[in-house]
Design a protein around this ligand. Sequence first.
Ligand SMILES: [Zn+2]
Ligand SMILES: [Zn+2]
Ligand SMILES: [Zn+2]
Ligand SMILES: [Zn+2]
Ligand SMILES: [Zn+2]
Length: 216
Amino acid sequence: MMRSVSSVPSAVPDEMPATLPSNISRPVPRRGWQYWYRNSVTHIHEERLPFRPCSHDGSCQDAACSCYKANITCEKTCQCSDGCERRFRGCNCAQGNQVCWMSERCDCYQLNRECDPDLCGTCGACEVLDPINRYNDKVAHRKCSNVYMQRGVPKRTLMGHSDIQGWGLYMGEDVKTNEFLGEYKGEIVSKTEGDRRGAVYHYRGIEYLFGLNKCE
Ligand SMILES: [Zn+2]
Ligand SMILES: [Zn+2]
Ligand SMILES: [Zn+2]
Ligand SMILES: [Zn+2]
Ligand SMILES: [Zn+2]
């Protein structure tokens, strides 16, 4: 039996109230990386000031809080209102190939930050970072690839004599282009200090310095 479309009850009542009752809160907008690129320096590590969580009543703009003045996003640790429109709310990438990695879709990747298991609910960051899965690459397959620093599992490396100079560091397993190798945990010094130490190292016949470029 056919039924005419007009006989299907409509899900939306004909008359909606002009304003929402005050006890219903409006959904907080999730702003994409394009918005933050235009309106903040949150992604520019060389420019942004150190983050301190803000805490105040009212909007960040009205309170002229530290996040607002530094022109960076509020974070989950900020104590401003739950509905703060300046707060970063993670990405909403779906699981699949190349998740949260070199992707235009991923707000976290584009804003130069790792995914946060408390904020990025859909990309699988939570499962990848579960300590029980730390060495289980099968779990990470087709899930978030933007949590390497937090996961803290470096690629295998080996030390050996180098044809270039002294000792060298070699990969001990296959890696793909742009894959995370490990976190540098040593000291970073200025160019002037590097030149000064370089002269001393050179005199002693040892070299421990290497230059960083803008991407490193
Ligand atoms: Zn604030
Ligand atoms: Zn804040
Ligand atoms: Zn993502
Ligand atoms: Zn994310
Ligand atoms: Zn992710």
